[in-house]
Design a protein around this ligand. Structure first.
Ligand SMILES: [Mg+2]
Length: 296
């Protein structure tokens, strides 16, 4: 069991806005590298970047120290997705699975395209509207192979394990049966959401059909392997910030930590966040109180 908190700095919808993540001890951590991919057997962590029905394109800043969440900027302007008729904002809680990476130097065998240089994306379909920066635990149900301007951009479909109906959802077919239209709307949304900004429609591998749970988990595992290569410097991340405790750990501990054979609990001293001079990575003043989420 673990719990994480978030800390907002500066005002939302400004260039300075950031959401930093903290662990159970109140230490600043990276939501990209320091939150474990698995919350439990077959249960994944998800970092919520965009709450359902909202429009601001918030994302983990992969190139900034501590990888806070911030709003994407294009040509100096904060990015928002349009309300694509008939939808309002993003139609799921949208975010990423930590400790995964879609390698831009690797051509995916299914799509024939390289990765988009980000952690793998998740659409969470439960009934609760989550908060930005919330860390939830999800059950994976399926996956869609989107191709965005020639880059592979997998979209995992998952449900919050705290959803009252979670027991009824065990594979992608349950989503088709219990939420009719939602998957069709998901493809429609991803296909067209950039068109109002003058971009072409996105494309999909597999004729835009969703793959099932087992396929999705295999893809997530492969992105976890690319992430391991990134943080152990076997792959050049070209600007990706891995500025966190891995860097200080002796090589043998790095591998043990990645394998899961040591954890913070069993080896406190070697996994303290020695490297992070937090003050130098943090920006903006703390906004309100840090928000706490229900115990995970
Ligand atoms: Mg992506």
């Amino acid at each position: 069991m673990s719990s994480f908190t978030s800390e907002e700095r500066a005002a939302p919808f400004t260039l300075e806005y950031r959401v930093f993540l903290k662990n159970e001890k109140g230490q600043y951590i990276s939501p990209f590298h320091d939150i474990p991919i698995y919350a439990d057997k077959d249960v994944f962590h998800m970092v919520v970047e965009v709450p359902r029905w909202s429009n601001a394109k918030m994302e983990i800043a992969t190139k900034d120290p501590l990888n806070p969440i911030k709003q994407d900027v294009k040509k100096g302007k904060l990015r928002y997705v349009v309300n694509l008729f008939p939808y309002k904002g993003y139609i799921w809680n949208y975010g990423a699975i930590p400790q995964t990476w879609e390698d831009p130097g690797h051509s995916d065998k299914h799509t024939g395209c390289c990765g988009d240089n980000d952690p793998i994306d998740v659409c969470e379909i439960g009934s609760k509207v989550c908060a930005r920066g919330e860390i939830i635990r999800v059950k994976v149900l399926g996956i869609l192979a989107m191709i965005d301007e020639g880059e592979t951009d997998w979209k995992v479909i998952a449900i919050n394990v705290d959803d009252p109906d979670v027991a009824n959802y065990n594979d992608i077919s349950d989503v088709e049966r219990l939420k009719p239209g939602y998957l069709e709307a998901t493809v429609d949304w991803f296909r067209r959401y950039k068109v109002p900004d003058g971009k072409p429609e996105n494309e999909f591998a597999f004729n835009a059909e969703f793959k099932n749970k087992d396929f999705a988990i295999d893809i997530i595992k492969s992105t976890h392997d690319y992430w391991k290569a990134l943080v152990t410097k076997k792959t050049d991340g070209k600007g990706i910030s891995c500025y966190h405790h891995h860097v200080t750990l002796p090589a043998q501990y790095q591998q043990m930590w990645i394998n899961g054979s040591i954890t913070r609990k069993t080896d406190e001293t070697s996994l303290e966040y020695k490297l992070i001079p937090a003050a130098s990575c943090l920006s903006g003043s703390i906004r309100g109180k840090s928000s706490s989420f229900p115990k995970l």
